[in-house]
Design a protein around this ligand. Structure first.
Ligand code: RET
Length: 282
Protein backbone atom coordinates (compact mmCIF):
# COMPACT_ATOMS: atom_id res chain seq x y z
CA UNK A 1 0.00 0.00 0.00
CA UNK A 2 1.50 3.38 -0.95
CA UNK A 3 1.59 6.00 1.82
CA UNK A 4 -0.42 9.21 1.45
CA UNK A 5 2.85 11.08 0.86
CA UNK A 6 3.77 8.71 -1.98
CA UNK A 7 0.32 8.99 -3.51
CA UNK A 8 0.51 12.78 -3.32
CA UNK A 9 3.96 12.78 -4.88
CA UNK A 10 2.65 10.68 -7.76
CA UNK A 11 0.03 13.36 -8.47
CA UNK A 12 2.72 16.07 -8.37
CA UNK A 13 0.70 18.91 -9.96
CA UNK A 14 -1.80 21.01 -8.03
CA UNK A 15 -4.20 20.48 -10.93
CA UNK A 16 -4.80 16.97 -9.59
CA UNK A 17 -5.92 18.00 -6.12
CA UNK A 18 -8.05 21.07 -6.80
CA UNK A 19 -11.73 21.13 -7.72
CA UNK A 20 -12.47 23.96 -10.16
CA UNK A 21 -15.52 26.08 -10.75
CA UNK A 22 -16.95 25.91 -14.21
CA UNK A 23 -15.56 29.39 -15.02
CA UNK A 24 -12.05 28.50 -13.86
CA UNK A 25 -12.07 25.30 -15.89
CA UNK A 26 -13.37 27.00 -19.04
CA UNK A 27 -10.90 29.85 -18.67
CA UNK A 28 -7.92 27.48 -18.65
CA UNK A 29 -9.37 25.56 -21.63
CA UNK A 30 -9.68 28.85 -23.48
CA UNK A 31 -6.14 30.01 -22.59
CA UNK A 32 -4.62 26.72 -23.78
CA UNK A 33 -6.66 26.71 -26.96
CA UNK A 34 -5.89 30.32 -27.89
CA UNK A 35 -2.19 29.62 -27.29
CA UNK A 36 -1.85 26.59 -29.51
CA UNK A 37 -4.11 28.24 -32.09
CA UNK A 38 -1.82 31.28 -32.20
CA UNK A 39 1.28 29.11 -32.58
CA UNK A 40 -0.16 27.10 -35.46
CA UNK A 41 -1.43 30.25 -37.18
CA UNK A 42 2.01 31.88 -37.22
CA UNK A 43 3.88 28.94 -38.77
CA UNK A 44 3.02 30.08 -42.27
CA UNK A 45 3.68 33.73 -41.50
CA UNK A 46 7.25 33.00 -40.41
CA UNK A 47 7.93 30.70 -43.35
CA UNK A 48 6.70 33.35 -45.78
CA UNK A 49 8.70 36.18 -44.23
CA UNK A 50 12.01 34.39 -44.88
CA UNK A 51 12.26 35.31 -48.56
CA UNK A 52 12.40 39.07 -47.86
CA UNK A 53 15.66 38.61 -45.97
CA UNK A 54 19.30 38.48 -46.92
CA UNK A 55 20.23 34.77 -47.05
CA UNK A 56 22.35 34.91 -43.87
CA UNK A 57 19.27 35.89 -41.81
CA UNK A 58 16.70 33.53 -43.35
CA UNK A 59 17.14 30.90 -40.69
CA UNK A 60 15.78 33.36 -38.06
CA UNK A 61 12.08 33.22 -39.13
CA UNK A 62 12.44 29.60 -40.31
CA UNK A 63 13.49 28.65 -36.79
CA UNK A 64 10.51 30.63 -35.46
CA UNK A 65 8.27 28.45 -37.65
CA UNK A 66 9.88 25.34 -36.14
CA UNK A 67 9.32 26.74 -32.64
CA UNK A 68 5.67 27.51 -33.51
CA UNK A 69 5.07 23.93 -34.66
CA UNK A 70 6.78 22.43 -31.63
CA UNK A 71 4.97 24.66 -29.13
CA UNK A 72 1.64 24.22 -30.92
CA UNK A 73 1.86 20.44 -30.68
CA UNK A 74 2.91 20.41 -27.04
CA UNK A 75 0.15 22.83 -25.99
CA UNK A 76 -2.38 20.84 -27.98
CA UNK A 77 -1.22 17.82 -26.00
CA UNK A 78 -1.53 19.82 -22.76
CA UNK A 79 -5.05 20.87 -23.82
CA UNK A 80 -6.24 17.31 -24.53
CA UNK A 81 -4.77 16.11 -21.25
CA UNK A 82 -6.59 18.94 -19.48
CA UNK A 83 -9.86 17.85 -21.10
CA UNK A 84 -9.35 14.24 -19.99
CA UNK A 85 -8.25 15.03 -16.45
CA UNK A 86 -11.52 16.46 -15.09
CA UNK A 87 -15.13 15.36 -14.83
CA UNK A 88 -18.11 17.68 -14.50
CA UNK A 89 -19.93 16.53 -11.35
CA UNK A 90 -22.62 18.53 -9.52
CA UNK A 91 -21.67 21.78 -11.24
CA UNK A 92 -17.92 21.52 -10.53
CA UNK A 93 -14.90 20.16 -12.40
CA UNK A 94 -13.26 17.41 -10.36
CA UNK A 95 -9.74 16.06 -11.02
CA UNK A 96 -8.64 12.43 -11.40
CA UNK A 97 -11.97 11.65 -12.99
CA UNK A 98 -11.01 9.28 -15.77
CA UNK A 99 -7.88 7.77 -14.31
CA UNK A 100 -5.82 10.49 -16.00
CA UNK A 101 -3.20 12.49 -14.07
CA UNK A 102 -2.52 16.04 -15.25
CA UNK A 103 1.10 17.15 -15.61
CA UNK A 104 2.93 20.25 -16.79
CA UNK A 105 5.93 18.11 -17.77
CA UNK A 106 5.09 18.43 -21.50
CA UNK A 107 5.84 22.13 -21.21
CA UNK A 108 9.32 21.45 -19.90
CA UNK A 109 9.86 18.86 -22.62
CA UNK A 110 8.89 21.47 -25.20
CA UNK A 111 11.22 24.10 -23.70
CA UNK A 112 14.12 21.65 -23.95
CA UNK A 113 13.68 21.88 -27.72
CA UNK A 114 12.66 25.52 -28.06
CA UNK A 115 15.05 27.24 -25.63
CA UNK A 116 18.24 26.30 -27.56
CA UNK A 117 16.49 27.30 -30.81
CA UNK A 118 15.40 30.70 -29.45
CA UNK A 119 18.94 31.40 -28.26
CA UNK A 120 20.44 30.35 -31.62
CA UNK A 121 18.06 32.77 -33.36
CA UNK A 122 19.48 35.57 -31.23
CA UNK A 123 23.07 34.77 -32.22
CA UNK A 124 22.14 34.68 -35.93
CA UNK A 125 20.06 37.88 -35.75
CA UNK A 126 22.96 39.75 -34.15
CA UNK A 127 24.94 39.19 -37.34
CA UNK A 128 27.77 37.18 -35.75
CA UNK A 129 30.18 35.18 -37.93
CA UNK A 130 29.19 31.53 -38.46
CA UNK A 131 31.86 30.22 -36.08
CA UNK A 132 30.73 32.71 -33.40
CA UNK A 133 27.08 31.77 -33.95
CA UNK A 134 27.96 28.14 -33.21
CA UNK A 135 30.13 28.94 -30.22
CA UNK A 136 27.73 31.46 -28.65
CA UNK A 137 24.64 29.28 -29.25
CA UNK A 138 26.30 26.38 -27.49
CA UNK A 139 27.44 28.55 -24.59
CA UNK A 140 23.84 29.77 -24.10
CA UNK A 141 22.17 26.39 -24.73
CA UNK A 142 24.12 24.57 -22.00
CA UNK A 143 22.88 26.68 -19.03
CA UNK A 144 19.49 26.98 -20.77
CA UNK A 145 18.91 23.22 -20.90
CA UNK A 146 20.31 22.62 -17.39
CA UNK A 147 17.92 25.31 -16.11
CA UNK A 148 14.92 23.55 -17.70
CA UNK A 149 15.88 20.09 -16.49
CA UNK A 150 16.46 21.26 -12.92
CA UNK A 151 13.00 22.88 -13.08
CA UNK A 152 11.42 19.79 -14.66
CA UNK A 153 12.72 17.63 -11.85
CA UNK A 154 11.76 20.24 -9.24
CA UNK A 155 8.18 20.73 -10.43
CA UNK A 156 7.34 17.16 -9.46
CA UNK A 157 7.40 18.56 -5.91
CA UNK A 158 4.64 21.12 -6.44
CA UNK A 159 2.29 19.21 -4.13
CA UNK A 160 2.83 18.64 -0.42
CA UNK A 161 6.12 19.68 1.19
CA UNK A 162 7.80 22.39 -0.90
CA UNK A 163 11.44 21.67 -0.05
CA UNK A 164 11.97 19.69 -3.28
CA UNK A 165 10.30 22.43 -5.36
CA UNK A 166 12.42 25.13 -3.72
CA UNK A 167 15.75 23.33 -3.73
CA UNK A 168 15.57 22.58 -7.46
CA UNK A 169 14.11 26.02 -8.09
CA UNK A 170 17.27 27.52 -6.59
CA UNK A 171 19.51 25.20 -8.65
CA UNK A 172 17.57 26.16 -11.76
CA UNK A 173 17.86 29.87 -10.91
CA UNK A 174 21.66 29.57 -10.71
CA UNK A 175 21.67 28.19 -14.29
CA UNK A 176 19.27 31.00 -15.26
CA UNK A 177 21.72 33.63 -13.93
CA UNK A 178 24.55 31.96 -15.88
CA UNK A 179 22.33 32.00 -18.99
CA UNK A 180 21.54 35.70 -18.49
CA UNK A 181 25.27 36.50 -18.49
CA UNK A 182 25.80 34.50 -21.70
CA UNK A 183 22.88 36.26 -23.41
CA UNK A 184 24.34 39.62 -22.41
CA UNK A 185 27.72 38.59 -23.89
CA UNK A 186 26.02 37.63 -27.16
CA UNK A 187 24.23 40.97 -27.38
CA UNK A 188 27.44 42.88 -26.62
CA UNK A 189 29.36 40.86 -29.24
CA UNK A 190 26.65 41.68 -31.79
CA UNK A 191 26.73 45.43 -31.09
CA UNK A 192 30.03 45.77 -32.97
CA UNK A 193 28.55 44.96 -36.37
CA UNK A 194 25.09 46.42 -35.75
CA UNK A 195 24.56 49.61 -37.79
CA UNK A 196 24.22 52.77 -35.66
CA UNK A 197 20.54 53.37 -36.40
CA UNK A 198 19.72 49.81 -35.26
CA UNK A 199 21.78 50.00 -32.05
CA UNK A 200 18.73 50.48 -29.73
CA UNK A 201 17.40 47.04 -30.82
CA UNK A 202 19.84 44.83 -28.86
CA UNK A 203 19.23 46.96 -25.77
CA UNK A 204 15.45 46.62 -26.09
CA UNK A 205 15.82 42.89 -26.75
CA UNK A 206 17.77 42.61 -23.51
CA UNK A 207 14.94 44.13 -21.44
CA UNK A 208 12.33 42.14 -23.33
CA UNK A 209 14.31 38.98 -22.62
CA UNK A 210 14.56 39.68 -18.85
CA UNK A 211 10.89 40.68 -18.51
CA UNK A 212 9.48 37.68 -20.40
CA UNK A 213 11.85 34.84 -19.43
CA UNK A 214 11.58 36.09 -15.84
CA UNK A 215 7.87 35.13 -15.79
CA UNK A 216 8.59 31.37 -15.71
CA UNK A 217 10.10 31.19 -12.21
CA UNK A 218 7.11 33.16 -10.90
CA UNK A 219 4.67 30.60 -12.34
CA UNK A 220 6.86 27.78 -11.01
CA UNK A 221 6.77 29.13 -7.45
CA UNK A 222 3.03 29.87 -7.44
CA UNK A 223 1.71 26.54 -6.01
CA UNK A 224 3.22 27.56 -2.67
CA UNK A 225 0.45 30.13 -2.30
CA UNK A 226 -1.97 27.25 -1.93
CA UNK A 227 -3.69 24.49 -3.90
CA UNK A 228 -6.56 26.70 -5.04
CA UNK A 229 -8.49 27.14 -8.26
CA UNK A 230 -7.20 30.71 -8.66
CA UNK A 231 -3.62 29.46 -8.44
CA UNK A 232 -4.23 26.78 -11.09
CA UNK A 233 -5.66 29.43 -13.42
CA UNK A 234 -2.90 31.96 -12.66
CA UNK A 235 -0.12 29.44 -13.26
CA UNK A 236 -1.51 28.27 -16.61
CA UNK A 237 -2.17 31.88 -17.64
CA UNK A 238 1.38 33.03 -16.80
CA UNK A 239 2.96 30.02 -18.56
CA UNK A 240 0.88 30.63 -21.70
CA UNK A 241 1.40 34.40 -21.70
CA UNK A 242 5.15 33.88 -21.27
CA UNK A 243 5.21 31.27 -24.06
CA UNK A 244 3.52 33.64 -26.48
CA UNK A 245 5.90 36.46 -25.52
CA UNK A 246 9.16 34.45 -25.63
CA UNK A 247 8.39 32.57 -28.84
CA UNK A 248 5.81 34.41 -30.96
CA UNK A 249 6.31 38.10 -30.08
CA UNK A 250 10.08 37.53 -29.82
CA UNK A 251 9.99 35.91 -33.27
CA UNK A 252 8.15 38.93 -34.68
CA UNK A 253 10.69 41.33 -33.14
CA UNK A 254 13.65 39.35 -34.50
CA UNK A 255 12.03 39.03 -37.94
CA UNK A 256 11.58 42.81 -38.05
CA UNK A 257 15.14 43.40 -36.82
CA UNK A 258 16.73 41.18 -39.49
CA UNK A 259 14.50 42.74 -42.15
CA UNK A 260 15.93 46.16 -41.21
CA UNK A 261 19.45 44.70 -41.15
CA UNK A 262 18.94 43.13 -44.59
CA UNK A 263 17.74 46.43 -46.06
CA UNK A 264 20.60 48.28 -44.41
CA UNK A 265 23.08 45.83 -45.87
CA UNK A 266 21.69 46.59 -49.33
CA UNK A 267 19.65 43.42 -49.79
CA UNK A 268 16.62 43.83 -52.03
CA UNK A 269 13.97 41.10 -52.28
CA UNK A 270 13.61 39.83 -55.85
CA UNK A 271 9.96 40.88 -56.21
CA UNK A 272 10.71 44.50 -55.25
CA UNK A 273 13.64 44.63 -57.63
CA UNK A 274 11.34 43.67 -60.50
CA UNK A 275 8.58 46.06 -59.43
CA UNK A 276 10.82 49.13 -59.53
CA UNK A 277 11.04 50.81 -62.96
CA UNK A 278 14.07 50.02 -65.09
CA UNK A 279 16.94 52.52 -64.92
CA UNK A 280 16.93 55.08 -67.72
CA UNK A 281 20.07 54.85 -69.83
CA UNK A 282 22.09 58.09 -69.77
C1 RET B 1 12.18 27.24 -14.01
C2 RET B 1 12.33 26.63 -12.61
C3 RET B 1 12.39 27.65 -11.55
C4 RET B 1 13.56 28.56 -11.71
C5 RET B 1 13.69 29.06 -13.10
C6 RET B 1 13.02 28.49 -14.18
C7 RET B 1 13.15 29.19 -15.48
C8 RET B 1 12.54 28.87 -16.61
C9 RET B 1 12.66 29.62 -17.84
C10 RET B 1 12.06 29.07 -18.92
C11 RET B 1 12.03 29.62 -20.21
C12 RET B 1 11.33 29.01 -21.14
C13 RET B 1 11.15 29.47 -22.47
C14 RET B 1 10.38 28.72 -23.28
C15 RET B 1 10.04 29.10 -24.58
O1 RET B 1 9.89 28.30 -25.42
C16 RET B 1 12.63 26.15 -14.97
C17 RET B 1 10.70 27.53 -14.21
C18 RET B 1 14.62 30.25 -13.30
C19 RET B 1 13.40 30.91 -17.90
C20 RET B 1 11.73 30.74 -22.94
Amino acid sequence: EPSIAQAQAALSSIENIVTLTSQQYQLVSLILMVSYGAFFAFILFFVMSAHNLAPRYRLVPILSAVVMASAGISLLQEFSLWKESYAFVDGLYRPLAENEVFTNAYRYGNWTITVPILLTQLAIAMGLRQSDVNRRSLRMAVPGVLMIWAGLYGQFGAVGDFSHLNLWGVVSTIFFLWLILEVRQTLIAGMVNTPDILKPWPNNLWWFFLATWGLYPIAYALPQLGAKGEIVVAQQAIFCFADIATKLVYGLILARFVLRRSAFEGYMPAADAMASPPEKPN
